[in-house]
Design a protein around this ligand. Structure first.
Ligand code: HAM
Length: 414
């Protein structure tokens, strides 16, 4: 029997319902903050990610689904969406007048990673990107929106870690310090780190090999190498978050696995997620638009793992609310026709209910309704037709009432 490809999965039932609830909440909250949706293709040219996420990053080096298509193009199934959004902004000249632009996206990403709970090869992200503003205020605004969204979902036990990774100008001195530190304990580092120290020393800091983590004890911190403007920027953001009652902790070791960050970098962890505790990450990427061939436009954004969010919702709130709380069950031919017209009218009124159209007997219909967790079975037989009512059976309590047809809508809304 054919199976879904390793690392991918089908979404249905409860998980799908949580996905929908999360996506609906995101769209509502983001729209209220002035963000517009953007959808970019899943396939992008290889160069888009090589030049942005970085050739020395694990994502580009080890995890990309890349292939040559039938036309000989070297393409990638996007491992993330920031680079694609920037590519689209440049292609459509959406940034040339220097007005701020606020965008969000929801969609699948692909990384050839080792499978674990909460880590997949096809996973979903919800992301928000803000273009055109370099101020710490724009970061505070974006983070406020993020926390408004997480609050609406009722999430708890979250911690925000922030750091400044400085600008490309303060990196050379830092890289030199890391190299000197590395050389003094070279033998303790893995083969990948030996490559990373040459190509991008920052990447050594987020090596996941336990031995490298031990060897990194006491390594130089990027925060010791910040230029004055970056330091000021960082201090201002911290002051804003404090004034806005957004709790955070400083983590000078936080560097993140993508190369495009400048100044602010952050992550939100959830203690309820186990080993894969990173729920989301993001930061400032002031150089990326220019680097990919666009104008000089500062930017800031983040992306949250939808799979992990849905997992948390399930842990925290249990099963997602039933989508259809009622099932209309006609008994007999006359009732079957009447049920179709009644259901049509109720749907037009915006009610949520399902219709039994199999023509099965009452016992069978009730058994299915119970299995699906339906709350009310609305029975419509010849007797009910004559009286202009439905017999409403509450499947939770087992009680039954007569509801006049013109009261069904208001009763279900209750
Ligand atoms: P990222 O940290 O690579 O950042 O991914 C963001 C989130 O996506 C992670 O915190 C995690 O929840 C989720 N995620 C990543 N990989 C997987 C996986 N294999 N399975 C399940 N969930 C996963 C970015 O992608 C940046 N583009 C974020 C950003 C936007 N920075 C600026 N703007």
């Amino acid at each position: 029997m054919a199976q879904a490809v390793k690392g991918t999965r089908d979404l249905f039932g409860n998980e799908m319902k949580w996905f929908q609830k999360i996506e609906d909440t995101a769209r509502r909250v983001f729209a209220s903050h002035g963000y517009e949706e953007i959808r970019t293709p899943i396939l992008e040219e290889l160069e888009v990610f090589k030049r942005s996420v970085g050739e020395s990053s694990d994502i580009v080096n080890k995890e990309m689904y890349e292939f040559v298509d039938k036309g000989g193009r070297h393409v990638v199934m996007r491992p993330e969406n920031t680079a694609g959004v920037v590519r689209a902004m440049i292609q459509h000249k959406l940034l040339i007048n220097n007005d701020p632009r606020l965008l969000y996206y929801i969609g699948p990403m692909f990384r050839y990673e080792r499978m674990q709970a909460g880590r997949y090869r096809q996973f979903w992200q919800i992301g928000a990107e803000s273009f055109g503003v370099a101020s710490p205020e724009s970061e505070a605004e974006s983070l406020m929106m993020l926390f408004a969204f997480l609050r609406e979902l009722g999430l708890k036990h979250l911690s925000l870690s922030i750091n400044s990774v400085g600008t490309p100008e303060c990196r050379p001195a830092f890289h030199e310090a890391i190299r000197a530190f590395f050389q003094a304990r070279e033998a303790q580092f893995c083969e990948d780190c030996h490559r990373r120290i040459e190509t991008n020393p920052l990447r050594v800091l987020d090596c996941k090999v336990p031995g490298c983590q031990v060897a990194l004890e006491g390594h130089p911190l990027i925060t010791e190498f910040l230029d004055e403007a970056s330091q000021k920027h960082h201090d201002r953001l911290k002051a804003l978050l404090t004034a806005l009652d957004v709790p955070f902790e400083e983590n000078p070791r936080l560097v993140r696995g993508l190369d495009y960050y400048t100044r602010t970098a952050f992550e939100v962890l959830s203690s309820d997620l186990g080993a894969q505790s990173a729920l989301l990450g993001g930061g400032r990427y002031d150089g990326l638009v220019k680097h990919l061939g666009g104008p000089e436009v500062p930017a800031f954004g983040w992306a949250i793992g939808l799979d992990r969010l849905a997992m948390l919702m399930q842990q925290l709130h249990g099963d997602a609310p039933q989508s259809a709380p009622a099932l209309l069950i006609p008994l007999g031919d006359a009732a079957a026709l009447k049920a179709l017209t009644l259901a049509r009218d109720w749907w037009r009124m915006g009610l949520t209910l399902q219709l039994e159209t199999r023509g099965v007997n009452l016992k069978k219909a009730l058994t299915s309704a119970n299995r699906q967790g339906t709350r009310f079975a609305l029975l419509l037989g010849d007797g009910e037709l004559e009286k202009g009512i439905v017999a409403a059976k509450d499947l939770q309590t087992g009680t039954q009432e007569e509801w006049p047809l013109n009261e069904v809508a208001s009763r279900l809304r209750e």
